[in-house]
Design a protein around this ligand. Structure first.
Ligand code: SAM
Ligand code: SF4
Length: 357
């Protein structure tokens, strides 16, 4: 082609890593909640199939539907420019996504510059033995590891094929790399009710924080009803109080958990109680799925596709930023999960692994 006939060079005005300005705006929703926390699912795939999370024969999304690593980076840069300062990477299992460390490294640079106050992840721990040190090297200081039982056979049952020893090795590797661990345990009726004290005592011994979570009606399950799995954390707390004194604290991590201290061991225990006690008033978070859908609330269906906006607007981020601001101005007041009167209300069609827990 003759040089003079080349089309004019179009200058992309994406928000790039190197010229990311300090945020000048802040995302505030209609209920005066400042939105500063993004949970991002980087894949819907997982190497386990926890029975309360996925069906055995989960159909995963076609790869082309997922945000590419560069789209994930573009999106996060945009959110950070809008005042998001805490980023949690989740899934599916984030550490099974190919080349995910490239994305973590890119986000780690925002930790170095101070644009991100915290970069963290939620993982099932199966890949931690391999990734703990690289994660620590890019500035990750705390991670959540999901573990609902300390019994190897029960672990294999609940995850359908997982090996507890692999996760325990991953936890050890993370601690050796200097990463603080919080254990997330879903309270499940008839499954881990009898392990409440074992799990608490193990966390105290290993100096790890612990958060209990109520099972939420995310996605259909073929083999068990949510109601039969549901173990209220009000009941679980009463059980703990038969042995320990619990002191309520004002500790907040920007999430829905409320924390107590155990007087005898001084350890911290969190309770995420979307069903038995709704704490949406102080919600500061939004979620983006692995397909780029922005959900203003885990327990509501309304969302917008940031992926489509990004793919239609490849020259700059103006439309993307406008869409994010517009969505925040519609953030709902609360979720609608409800198990009262032995009926499930607020059931979401999508699984937790899609939105990212
Ligand atoms: N694979 C990673 C893991 O397991 O930590 C990250 C994704 S997983 C969906 C995130 C969290 O959601 C885990 O702690 C898991 O136990 C929790 N979870 C999954 N399905 C849930 C449900 N229906 N109700 C409550 N928590 C759920
Ligand atoms: Fe996988 Fe996490 Fe869901 Fe378990 S809870 S199936 S580890 S995504």
């Amino acid at each position: 082609m003759i040089a003079g006939l080349l089309p004019p060079v179009q200058v992309s005005t994406f928000i790039h890593m190197n010229d990311l300005p300090a945020p000048t705006t802040q995302l505030i929703d209609p209920f005066e909640r400042m939105i500063s926390y993004l949970r991002l699912s980087v894949t819907d795939r997982c190497d386990l199939r926890c029975r309360y999370c996925m069906s055995e024969n989960m159909k995963f999304l076609p790869k082309k539907n997922l945000l590419s690593l560069s789209e994930l980076e573009r999106l996060c840069n945009c959110f950070i420019s809008l005042g998001i300062n805490k980023l949690r990477i989740t899934g599916g299992e984030p550490l099974v996504r190919r080349n995910i460390m490239d994305f973590f490294k890119a986000m780690g640079r925002h930790v170095e510059t101070g644009h991100l106050k915290e970069l963290t992840l939620t993982t099932n721990g199966t890949q931690l033995e391999k990734y703990a040190q690289p994660l620590a090297d890019i500035g990750i200081k705390r991670i959540n590891v999901s573990l609902d039982t300390l019994d190897p056979a029960k672990f294999t049952h609940i995850t359908r094929w997982g090996q507890l020893k692999q996760v325990r090795r991953g936890i050890d590797a993370a601690r050796n790399a200097g990463i603080r661990i919080k254990i997330n345990a879903v309270a499940l009726k008839g499954f881990n009710e009898d392990e409440v004290f074992n799990i608490i005592e193990w966390c105290a011994q290993e100096d790890m924080a612990l958060t209990w979570i109520e099972v939420m009606p995310m996605g259909e399950l073929e083999e068990a009803s949510r109601l039969s799995q549901f173990y209220s954390l009000a009941d679980l707390r009463r059980k703990i109080e038969t042995r320990y004194e619990l002191i309520d604290t004002d500790e907040r991590t920007g999430g829905p958990a409320r924390y107590v201290r155990v007087a005898q061991t001084n350890q911290s225990i969190g309770f995420i109680t979307p069903l038995s006690n709704n704490f949406c008033d102080s919600c500061n978070r939004i979620r983006v799925t692995c397909e780029g859908q922005l959900f203003m609330c885990l327990g509501q269906e309304n969302n917008i596709s940031l992926r489509d906006i990004m793919r239609q607007n490849t020259l700059n981020d103006d439309a993307l930023i406008a869409a994010i601001k517009g969505a925040i101005s519609n953030k709902p007041k609360s979720h609608s999960f409800d198990y009262s009167n032995d009926k499930i209300k607020g059931q979401m069609t999508r699984h937790m692994s899609h939105t990212g827990g």
